[in-house]
Write a new protein. Structure first.
Length: 308
């Protein structure tokens, strides 16, 4: 593809969408298409579906392109009205931004009227995606997230899958985080909590190595600690009388090789700090890998990070 100007905007988004649908990651292609779109004067000839498909695709294959996300966000915000955005356009757009860790508060705020207008259109997944995305972005919207929104949850209660119940539980935690008066009914809250804490976990070799060094330092780490919020922490240690949550963040916690945290990881760090009132310390995998097999350097790194 030497001249992308020869392709219609919808064709560009279709190509990227197709790769993402097939779960095919091709970093050079995503970079080239993203750079091309960013370099355009405007996005007036990109339909809402094309914009939605683009950001959804980059989020799905975990490709980072902040400039592309900003370009599309700026265009959406500039529109005089968003009546052309249907329910799926809204839910997929905010989900993509949140998943990719691209938190643009202006975009989320600008889409609130469209989200509200399309609530009746959302299927169960769309409803939970919207709730989770705004939770990650930490952009409150009382006109949407109110008792009527709770009723929408209840109408679709039997349709939610485990992942969607998990998203709704994190939304519930967000309502506690912002001290909202809105709360899930006890029966639905229980289902969501049970789905949340039942997520599979398996300590990685990286985590085992970090815990081993923490132990050699005499810090007596507790592994896979279930906190009051329902979040599970890789290890908890006590330093200078304070509990510290140690999160060993491997490749899946980041978008591609960009070093940008995923929305899920951003949310976990924020909610643990806010709700469990415990400091969260993150160990990015590439920083640990640089230390190779030098246990002294690893211990020094951890002492500096933990203030030990």
């Amino acid at each position: 593809m030497n001249n992308l100007d020869e392709l219609w905007p919808q064709a560009l988004s279709n190509i990227i969408w197709a790769y993402a649908t097939l779960d095919e990651s091709h970093s050079k292609l995503y970079t080239k298409v993203g750079d091309h779109i960013v370099g355009r004067d405007n996005l007036n000839d990109f339909w809402p579906q094309a914009q939605k498909d683009l950001v959804w695709a980059y989020a799905t294959v975990e490709e980072s392109h902040p400039q592309l996300y900003k370009k599309i966000a700026d265009h959406i915000i500039s529109l005089n009205n968003l009546n052309s955005f249907n329910g799926q356009d809204c839910s997929n757009t905010v989900w993509a931004y949140a998943t990719n860790g691209q938190i643009d508060e202006r975009l989320f705020s600008s889409l609130v009227p469209s989200v509200k207008a399309n609530l009746d259109e959302f299927i169960a997944q769309g409803l939970s995606n919207v709730a989770w995305a705004y939770t990650v972005a930490n952009v409150d919207a009382p006109s949407v997230f109110n008792n009527e929104f709770i009723n929408d949850f209840l109408k679709k209660e039997d349709e939610f899958k485990k992942e969607e119940l998990t998203q709704i539980y994190q939304w519930h935690l967000w309502q506690e985080e912002i001290k909202s008066d809105v709360s899930l009914p006890s029966s639905l809250k229980k289902r969501c909590y049970e789905a949340f804490i039942s997520q599979d976990f398996s300590p990685s070799n990286l985590q085992d190595d970090v815990v081993s060094i923490l132990s050699s330092m005499g810090l007596q780490p507790r592994e896979e600690v279930l906190l009051k919020s329902g979040y599970r922490i890789d290890a908890v240690v006590e330093v200078n009388g304070e509990q510290i949550a140690v999160e060993v963040d491997g490749p899946f916690h980041f978008i591609g090789r960009s070093g940008e945290l995923t929305g899920s990881t951003i949310l976990k760090h924020r909610q643990v700090a806010a709700l469990d009132e415990i400091q969260v310390v993150s160990i990015p995998y590439w920083e640990w890998d640089k230390l190779e097999k030098d246990s002294k350097k690893k211990e020094q790194y951890l002492r500096s990070l933990l203030g030990a």
